[in-house]
Design a protein around this ligand. Sequence first.
Ligand SMILES: Nc1nc2c(ncn2[C@@H]2O[C@H](COP(=O)(O)OP(=O)(O)OP(=O)(O)O)[C@@H](O)[C@H]2O)c(=O)[nH]1
Ligand SMILES: [Mg+2]
Length: 352
Amino acid sequence: MRRIHPIALEFQNFIEDTIDYRIGVIGQVDAGKSALVNELSGTAAHISTQTDATRTIIRHEYGRRGWLLDFPGVGTAEYSPKQYKKLLRKTNIKHVLYVFSSKIREADEEIIRFLAKKKISVTFVYNKADTLTDVSGQKDSSTLKHDKDTELHVTFKRDLDQPLRYIFVSIKDDYGLGALRAALNPIFDDKDSTFNKRAGSAKYLEKFLNKKLNRLGTKLLSPGFKDVILKKAYRSIEEMTESHYSVTGQDEAAAGMEIPRAADYINRAKESDKDGKTSKEYIGRLASVFSTVFKLRKLNVVSFVFSTLGEIGIRNIFPVLKGTFDYAGEMNDFAREVLKSHRGEIIRKQES
Ligand SMILES: Nc1nc2c(ncn2[C@@H]2O[C@H](COP(=O)(O)OP(=O)(O)OP(=O)(O)O)[C@@H](O)[C@H]2O)c(=O)[nH]1
Ligand SMILES: [Mg+2]
């Protein structure tokens, strides 16, 4: 497997969480939805004759591309159309495969009209194509399929503004699965192209870094930080920050800059703080450094200072806190450069 820098991996997860990678597999009872999902996700080597009725939604990985959600059948005693709609609303799915294996029923019509109204994209699948036979022997298979397509078209032409044709498959005969995969590809390609756009955009990079920096701010102002300050354990501030961003000195080349050192910023803050101030001034200045660096509410600092150090200690700890906040801001810049140079590692390739 390709090595991905841990911060790029974290950024990848962040972007992935903004995208819905699921396709719901819904449709008629006993149509072979579960068998189809198993087949597509590669969790079954052959068609199982002992498939239980699906009662809850089961999530399967679709290769590395996303997820297929195996739904229960439409229109059972347990799932009336009304309850089924509730289920669809709850999962908030945007794409479905609607699987048939027999003629269109009232429950199907009700659900498909609901999907159309909710602008949920539908791919029509007709499974068990092996059972599409004419008892009288007069119609050949392409005529039977044509009749099915006509039924679909006539039933939904007023509701859906899309080609109303089935993808015919037979899991039993291993037929049509390539065509079905080919129909799924553009859906996932579209999601991947959104992923690539976001992964390459300055907006999402800043969103991610802001979130990271805010989390760091919260960590720094934890009660345990008091000891760090009192013991002047600046190296431990660095360790915490470096592990927070998953960067080390080894990333300097990628970042094109030296990794910031907490002591440098703390010493600088000490230098520029020769003239004494009142406690109130100190807290005000700290709060403003904190809120400009972390873009979090000032209240954080004020309450931290009072609850852990008291007003008396502020004079001594001011440079340490100010230096640490400045250092954290610089580390965020360092992380930004590292991330930029490793962004290419998370690009998703299109398949169709
Ligand atoms: N002839 C034929 N039978 C199939 C095919 N695919 C699935 N089956 C059978 O159809 C039955 C139902 O399959 P499932 O996958 O459980 O169907 P389902 O749609 O998930 O059923 P529910 O979850 O109960 O709605 C099983 O006995 C399968 O073996 C096919 O392509 N041809
Ligand atoms: Mg099932």
